[in-house]
Design a protein around this ligand. Structure first.
Ligand SMILES: NC(=O)c1ccc[n+]([C@@H]2O[C@H](COP(=O)([O-])OP(=O)(O)OC[C@H]3O[C@@H](n4cnc5c(N)ncnc54)[C@H](O)[C@@H]3O)[C@@H](O)[C@H]2O)c1
Length: 264
């Protein structure tokens, strides 16, 4: 018997990477899963993975920066599965690294639209569905970086810091209505994007590993386990929290002492 038997879970950006792993683990725990993504191919693959393992899932094409799409996405969960219990807001848009002076205003607008406004829109309509249900659990995906800094990704860190704020305010507003709101802060994960970077520039991975006390990068499933756990009753008193699943990377970033044999 899974920990989320009979529940309905929604994951944005569920077509690959961390989102796909969250979908897979929700299904393993017995939830019916709404896989939402901008790209139908990845979403269809996630649904197939879940069905092949005996689970239940459906795909909804949704751009999280569109209010109409987000409303239709949540409605699909309610119409097809009867309501919404759990949601992981995970979708992300990246435009690479650009210093402040070089970042175009267009790139700023389109990344903030997905990475910050998208999370707000998802939360707004997920919360409405959860209020109708009488309870719920939301997990926003941060990055860990919002607690520190990194060059060239102001648009990303600003959005993730905003997501932290949305998480805290929603937790304050909706705890009394039995909606728990938390965030997960992943360290660097072996997603397809990182594998491409690693093939081009192995020293980048070495750099990230050296910042991480566990001295390795995460498999997406290791972070997804934390995100799904936050939605289970095992986390029933965890609320307004950001759970770092980063191998201690934040300690390394802040202290510079992560590498064994590093500065004394
Ligand atoms: N990869 C890492 O090392 C890392 C580190 C820290 C935090 N994170 C965070 O983890 C989350 C997942 O990262 P990932 O590496 O798995 O990402 P990814 O790029 O592999 O997957 C993102 C998914 O989001 C979808 N998407 C993009 N724009 C969308 C939109 N407008 N509407 C709906 N879906 C959209 C994409 O199609 C894709 O399936 C993100 O929130 C990211 O910021 C990742």
């Amino acid at each position: 018997m899974g920990q989320l038997e009979g529940k309905v879970a929604l994951v944005t950006g569920g077509g690959r990477g961390l989102g796909q792993e969250c979908c897979r683990i929700f299904a393993r725990e017995g939830a019916k899963v709404v896989v939402a993504d901008l790209v139908p191919e990845g979403g269809a693959q996630t649904v197939q993975l879940i069905k092949d393992a005996g689970g239940e899932a459906m795909f909804v094409r949704a751009d999280v920066s569109s209010s109409a799409d987000v409303q239709a996405m949540v409605k699909a969960a309610v119409d097809n599965y009867g309501g919404l219990d759990c949601a992981v807001n995970n979708a992300v848009r990246s435009v690479g690294r650009h210093s402040f002076a070089e970042l175009s205003e267009e790139d700023w607008d389109k990344t903030i639209a997905v990475n910050l406004t998208g999370v707000f829109l998802c939360m707004k309509y997920e919360i409405r569905a959860m209020l109708a249900r009488g309870a719920g659990a939301i997990v926003n995906v941060g990055s860990g970086n919002e607690h520190a800094s990194a060059p060239g990704i102001a648009y990303y860190i600003a959005a993730k810091a905003g997501v932290l704020g949305l998480t805290r305010v929603a937790a304050t507003e909706y705890g009394a209505q039995r909606i728990r709101v938390n965030a997960v802060g992943p360290g660097s994960m072996w997603t397809p994007l990182l594998r491409e970077t690693a093939a081009r520039d192995p020293s980048h991975v070495e750099f990230l590993q050296n910042l991480t006390p566990l001295q390795r990068l995460a498999e997406p499933s290791e972070v997804a386990e934390a995100a799904v756990w936050l939605c289970t009753d095992s986390a029933s008193y965890v609320h307004g929290h950001t759970l770092l699943a980063d191998g201690g990377a934040m300690l390394g970033s802040l202290s510079g002492y992560a590498k064994p044999g590093g500065p004394k």
